[in-house]
Design a binder for this molecule. Structure first.
Ligand SMILES: *Cc1c(COP(=O)(O)O)cnc(C)c1O
Length: 766
């Protein structure tokens, strides 16, 4: 960056194509960077030309579109380890084949050489290295095609995007240089964002039929009265680089190559370094065992690859974790913990559908079933039918060190290796204390994901099937994509403090640390909303689409935009219970009671009401403090209901152990909520609630609700002590039980108060 900055501040570069000194300087630099880049990656500028593109995918598309223009189309064969960007070429081909093994590749290539297929072209594409697990394919793979060179009609496309950052492409002989090679400079240098298509000059004719031309790729255009144009002749790059080149990015590439060479000397040094690190990491991950001897990591390595061997394996790992009971660990949880521990890794399908299916042994029907079960890249539910739907990937690069390897192994050991035989026991509390329970606090979150508002002591509060009145009545919607904002991505939302002022009939919103106050009527005053209902926004909450009405006032939007620091608007959800079914949504993982009629859910992500137990929070804080951490307040859990245990009558408290902390723990029943199935609030005539299941937690717990700063606790301790089937749980989803289709009847309305007695039971029936 410094070198680039120095170049930019000491010279003026103009748009090429003029005779000005600045323009000429730019043209000259671009042509020299082009040659340097070819040499950097091991190509001979005599044999090939380099076309600058936006990224690897753009380079692949240039090839794809050129082939599509050929009269008889083309046959396409691609290696099973190909990246999605290569697989996508098949949509343009007449026929396509996914080549699932070395044998299949050989057979396909043999057929290409021997069969006479008239004018139709053939294209074989393969990655130099799998971006999923780093396995490397022989670079000389296409030698047979190429030694039978033209007039052969089958061409080769090498995807070097994953390979190039840690290795020099080396072709024994110019005969085996692929017709097309694609790569990304940003994957090698980090900056600039630029890719390349490298084309053999003797294959350049493939682009002769390209139809599009634009400024830069045409010499003369006649539009008036006649339509005629003369395309650019000259080197291939001048025929394919439409429009103004990314001049400054190309200059940055020059700076990047110089700096890279100074830092790392050569790609060969990088290869040595990363190969050694990868061999170490592989050895250490494979050796990890749980206390009972079960392996921890399942590494998806190609059969013919060996970590440490540069010909067959690059420094990339794809793997999954299993717990001591041989069950898969959810990658979503791995990702959450990695984020907290500042480990940068990726999970999921990794844009490598063939590699993933092979590694996980997923049949097409399973992938389709996963898709129809709602699984998408990045979804929370990543283990379906007992199989993982994705993998964890870690990659090592030039800048990684041994310390990174140590740190990563320590991370896996800390959270995923069971050091002693299972000791945590969920849901076996003694049930004798439950009659001492009461509601310690009631909180509503008038604006979803913003600060909560505590219901004053003794105030009767309406509760209905969708939750507490005024809970998540409003939300903030990101202007860019219509998504409902969440504190997970915007911790500053914790600083937005709404208050319900019923005397004045307004919602008051303040921002911590600022004197400004916004007031919005509690009533749904139509003047505040767009009259046109087609302007209702479709708000997206965790993948579900819900309608919300947007406020039109620029002042309101401006207040929140400044508060959060991202362009957003304020919106109100339709009233619960009186809206179309589309405004309700449910989450399949909450279905715990098989035959219970589902309570309607509104906007609270997962359930109408979230209940936590003070006793469990106390226990958690003991655990945090035992490791030298700082206790967390109940607010981080963003519950609606905090249920606490009243101390037993004094007479039954033994006097002696008062000084010991253990005595306090003994008195309480932490985790009793794991076994609760239902509860009644406020005495025998009070409303009845069902518990729908545990609440799965994420790193949002680590946002300090006072300062909006991120910590590691309580998620780290929870992850170590409260992981159930791979999910980190705290609190229980709760819904008020409604009488059978009571409609507008009074029985679906009830009130709760802080201080109400809580009676729980563990059976499904009351
Ligand atoms: C990253 C990658 C791509 C896509 O590259 P972009 O530059 O993001 O378009 C294609 N193939 C492989 C092997 C990759 O690793």
């Amino acid at each position: 960056m410094d070198r680039f900055h120095a170049t930019m501040t000491s010279h003026l570069y103009g748009n090429p194509h003029s005779a000005s000194p600045s323009s000429l300087r730019a043209t000259e630099e671009i042509e020299s960077v082009r040659l340097q880049a070819l040499k950097y990656f091991g190509f001979d500028p005599e044999t090939v030309d380099l076309v600058f593109t936006a990224n690897t995918t753009a380079a692949i598309k240039l090839v794809a579109e050129a082939f599509r223009e050929h009269a008889d189309g083309f046959r396409f064969g691609y290696h099973v380890d190909s990246h999605t960007s290569i697989v996508g070429l098949r949509a343009l081909a007449n026929t396509s084949t996914c080549l699932e093994s070395d044998v299949a590749v050989e057979q396909w290539l043999d057929a290409e050489i021997s069969e006479d297929r008239s004018d139709q072209l053939g294209l074989f594409a393969y990655p130099a290295q799998s971006n999923m697990n780093g396995s490397r394919l022989p670079l000389g793979r296409t030698s047979r095609l190429n030694s039978n060179r033209r007039p052969a009609r089958t061409y080769t496309l090498l995807d070097a995007a994953s390979f190039a950052p840690t290795s020099q492409l080396r072709f024994e002989d110019s005969v085996v240089v692929p017709d097309f090679t694609v790569l990304s400079f940003s994957k090698v240098f980090g900056f600039p964002d630029l890719g390349a298509l490298i084309v053999r000059k003797d294959a350049a004719h493939i682009f002769d039929r390209r139809k599009y031309f634009g400024g830069g790729t045409v010499d003369m255009v006649v539009c008036v009265k006649e339509q005629w144009q003369a395309r650019k002749s000259g080197p291939l790059h001048s025929r394919l680089e439409d429009g103004t080149l990314p001049i400054h990015s190309i200059l940055a590439l020059k700076a990047a190559m110089q700096t890279h060479a100074e830092l790392f000397r050569s790609l060969d040094h990088i290869t040595k370094h990363t190969t050694a690190l990868a061999a170490q990491l592989h050895q250490r991950l494979s050796a990890l065992r749980h206390a009972n001897g079960q392996p921890v990591c399942t590494i998806y390595k190609d059969k013919r690859s060996t970590y440490g061997d540069i010909r067959t394996q690059g420094p990339i790992f794809a793997f999954n974790l299993r717990d001591g009971q041989d069950r898969w660990v959810s990658n979503t949880e791995v990702e959450k913990l990695a984020a907290i521990k500042n480990v940068h890794l990726r999970t999921g399908g990794l844009c490598n559908p063939g590699g993933l299916a092979t590694a996980l042994d997923l049949a097409p029907w399973e992938m389709r079933e996963n898709f129809s079960a709602g699984f998408r890249c990045g979804a929370e539910n990543d283990i379906l039918n007992g199989k993982p739907t994705g993998v964890i990937r870690v990659s090592l690069g030039a800048m990684n060190t041994r310390n990174d390897v140590d740190r990563f192994v320590a991370f896996i050991e800390e959270f995923f290796v069971e050091k002693s035989l299972p000791s945590i026991n969920f849901g076996s509390p003694s049930s004798t204390m439950t009659s001492h329970l009461y509601i310690e606090s009631l909180t509503v979150y008038p604006i979803k994901s913003c600060a909560g508002w505590q219901i004053p002591y003794g105030t009767p509060w309406d509760v209905h099937g969708e939750g507490l009145a005024w809970d998540r009545e409003w939300c903030l919607v990101k202007q860019a994509d219509g998504k409902v904002l969440s504190q997970k991505n915007y911790p500053r939302m914790a600083l937005v403090r709404p208050q319900l002022d019923f005397d004045a009939g307004v919602l008051r919103v303040t921002l911590a640390g600022s004197a400004e106050e916004l007031t919005v009527p509690l009533s749904k005053d139509p003047r505040y909303f767009a009259a046109d209902t087609s302007r209702e926004c479709l708000a997206n909450v965790c993948g579900d689409t819900i309608t919300a009405r947007q406020y039109t006032s620029p002042a309101i939007a401006d207040f929140f935009t400044r508060a959060i620091g991202v362009p957003c608007t304020f919106a109100r959800f339709p009233a619960p219970g009186r809206t179309s079914p589309s405004s309700r949504h449910s989450k399949p993982h909450l279905r715990r009671h098989a035959n219970q009629s589902r309570p309607p859910l509104l906007l609270s992500n997962e359930s109408p009401i979230l209940t936590i137990s003070r006793s469990s929070l106390n226990r958690l804080n003991e655990l945090i403090k035992a490791k030298g951490g700082k206790a967390v307040p109940a607010a981080v859990f963003r519950a609606n209901l905090v249920v606490a245990e009243r101390p037993p009558p004094l007479s039954s408290t033994p006097l002696a152990p008062r000084s010991s902390a253990a005595a306090v723990v003994v008195r309480e029943n932490p985790w009793a909520e794991d076994a609760w199935r239902g509860m009644r609030l406020g005495g025998p005539a009070g409303p009845v609630f069902d518990f729908l299941g545990g609440c799965r937690r994420c790193q949002m717990l680590c946002v300090d609700q006072e300062s909006a700063e991120k910590n590691q606790e309580p998620f780290v301790t929870l992850a170590k002590t409260r992981r159930v089937e791979g999910k980190v749980m705290f609190g229980v989803h709760t819904a008020m039980r409604q009488e059978e289709e009571s409609g507008q009847g009074s029985s679906s309305r009830a009130v709760v108060r802080v201080g109400d007695a809580v009676e729980t039971w563990q059976d499904f029936e009351e």
